[in-house]
Design a protein around this ligand. Structure first.
Ligand SMILES: [Zn+2]
Length: 123
């Protein structure tokens, strides 16, 4: 009689501890459990850390200032303003200043609601 050993795939996978939350899960080479493996884009914080200077630039962009005006206001060169903008775009995931302004207004509003409670949402 031939003995057939059928090992379920799941048994081949090692039991591991999630690198992040410590939860036990089965996986081949993953270091984090499925729930921690959620795409980073989704986990991208609403509030990336902007430096003081970057925040100033964002504020001026929201006021509709062009690079030349921002450079003048912050005593920077236009080239430096562009560098700041590109870095900020990457940080917040925006592709242009309109998106950046929308991002800024939205996150500011969310921060206000978090701080002051949902009562303000009606405004
Ligand atoms: Zn996990």
């Amino acid at each position: 009689m031939e003995l057939k050993v059928v090992t379920p795939i799941i048994e081949l996978k090692q039991l591991r501890n999630c690198f992040r939350c410590g939860l036990e899960f089965r996986g081949d080479s993953q270091r984090v459990c499925p729930s921690c493996a959620v795409p980073k884009d989704i986990q991208r914080p609403l509030n990336p850390t902007l430096s003081f200077r970057e925040k100033q630039v964002v504020e001026l962009v929201c006021k509709g200032k062009i690079n030349k005006e921002i450079a003048f206001a912050l005593h920077l060169t236009e080239g430096t303003v562009k560098e700041y903008l590109n870095r900020i775009f990457r940080k917040v995931g925006a592709t242009n200043r309109t998106e950046l302004a929308v991002w800024s207004i939205t996150t500011t509003r969310i921060a206000e609601i978090v701080q002051n409670g949902p009562a303000l949402m009606a405004n």
